[in-house]
Design a protein around this ligand. Structure first.
Ligand code: 4AD
Ligand code: MG
Length: 440
């Protein structure tokens, strides 16, 4: 059976936004059967087309018998073509439904594995390529796309130049313990952990630069916050100090949250996200020192060794003191990366900053002011037992017009998890990579 398409093809999203303009008109929709309910002379077909779902009502009296029979036969996730009249439907969130006049199964889906019943996470993860079609996963992925749009818009509108950092790198940026090593002809290469070092070169070339792409860490910890492949956006700004870096991070995160609240309300509602928690994310964010953060832990009677880095539990306790993200600055230099600039007022501390998300979602940003003195940096590279030769080019930035500069990296998946209110980062990226998961 072929259908001549004389009526306009529309997306469900067009109807959601502009449905009144289509009222009473005939339209054609292409999509998949999400769900179905039948009662005697009627089939209520939930059609999803990737942009939304709409109820299509197939009435026995309106169509030839074989078409009504196709409505009886059609299975979950079969691909279909529907033609019909746009009608008002006050009960649906969309506001419209389709009175079907023509219905065709394009491909019958047999035994779709993800049924409306409950499935375990391992099963769903094995079927991630199909799970993406489910309404919650669809909503998360659309919010992720909105967050990424906001990230780009924020920097593009503020005069930053996008400078892509390489994926294959000859040296480590964030310590050598979680590097992915790969053969590179007769040599070795590492998958990038961070584009930062390259952005420092870019800051000297463009003043304000950012990179945005996948980064890799061989994380052996199985936590709800760690992926082995995650996306990071990394701005770097010349002649910016730590205080300015914190201002930028604060503006940036407030901007992202606002964009999602403005443009992805329906998805947040579907996820049952408490949006009042997101609406509280207004500037200024609290700024506390590492020392002050350790006092909060002490006050709470929580065992913590001064000088250690904060673990997930510590971060949660600290973040629970605030209703918006908190900036923690000036950690002990001993636990921070080689490139961090020491605080001139107390060289035991570094001019770094982490941003901890509220509600226990942990660190979403790490950054700070960079060491800009050639000799100090050389000493740090030796202390960290890093190969000096691999950093020759990086040291050049301190040889030819060295300059104060700062930047940070924001992890996209943790940000998506927080904004969506999703427990585990594995649902915040279309195809997650974890220690024990490389497929699909
Ligand atoms: O704090 P990190 O390690 O900072 C850097 O890589 C700096 N070089 C960035 C810079 O200054 N340009 O990582 C930054 C952020 C973290 O705050 C976290 O959000 C995210 O990247 N992140 C991870 N996200 C998911 N899985 C992992 N294994 C992650 N490791 C870090
Ligand atoms: Mg960090």
């Amino acid at each position: 059976m072929t259908m001549t398409t004389t009526t306009p093809n529309v997306y469900i999203e067009d109807l959601a936004q502009n449905g009144t303009a289509y009222l009473g008109q005939d339209v054609t929709l292409h999509g998949w059967l999400y769900n179905k309910r039948s009662s005697g002379k009627l089939h209520f077909l939930q059609l999803r087309d990737g942009t939304g779902t709409i109820q299509c009502v197939l009435f026995k009296g309106d169509v030839p018998p074989e078409m009504f029979e196709a409505g009886n036969r059609v299975t979950q996730e079969s691909s279909v073509r529907v033609r019909g009249t746009v009608k008002e439907d006050k009960r649906s969130t969309l506001g419209f439904e389709i009175g079907v006049t023509d219905f065709e199964i394009l491909h019958e889906s047999v035994d779709y594995p993800i049924t409306p019943k409950e499935h375990g996470v391992a099963f769903l993860m094995d079927h991630r390529h199909l799970w993406l079609r489910s309404s919650r996963q669809h909503a998360i992925t659309r919010i992720r796309a909105e967050i990424i749009r906001a990230i780009r818009t924020f920097f593009d509108e503020r005069g930053f130049t996008l400078v892509d950092a390489p994926i294959f790198t000859p040296n480590a940026c964030e310590g050598t313990t979680n590097l992915f090593e790969t053969d590179y002809f007769d040599d070795k290469a590492y998958l990038t952990q961070s584009g930062q070092l390259y952005m420092e070169a870019a800051a000297a070339a463009f003043g304000k630069a950012y990179c945005f792409g996948p980064t890799f860490r061989a994380e052996k910890s199985k936590t709800r916050r760690h992926l082995t492949e995650f996306w990071m956006v990394e701005p770097e700004v010349a002649f910016l100090d730590l205080a300015g870096d914190m201002d930028l991070a604060e503006d940036f995160v407030a901007f992202i949250v606002r964009a999602v609240l403005e443009n992805r309300r329906a998805e947040l509602t579907l996820l049952e996200r408490d949006v009042s928690k997101l609406e509280a994310v207004q500037k200024p964010f609290p700024r506390i020192t590492y020392d002050e953060a350790t006092k909060i832990l002490k006050q709470e009677g929580h065992a913590f060794e001064y000088g250690d880095d904060f673990g997930a539990e510590d971060e949660t306790i600290i973040s629970n003191h605030f209703d918006r993200p908190v900036l923690i600055h000036r950690y002990p230099s001993a636990i921070k990366a080689f490139y961090m600039k020491p605080d001139p007022e107390n060289p035991e501390l570094s001019l770094n900053v982490d941003m901890i998300a509220p509600e226990g979602y942990g660190e979403i940003i790490g950054g700070g002011q960079r060491e800009d003195d050639l000799n100090v940096l050389l000493k740090k590279i030796k202390e960290h037992e890093l190969p000096e030769t691999a950093f020759g080019w990086y040291l050049d930035l301190r040889r030819y017009g060295s300059f104060p500069h700062s930047g940070f990296g924001l992890g996209v998946e943790r940000t998506v998890a927080w904004i969506c209110g999703i427990h585990h980062v594995r649902e915040t990226i279309p195809f997650p990579r974890l220690m024990e998961r490389l497929t699909p």
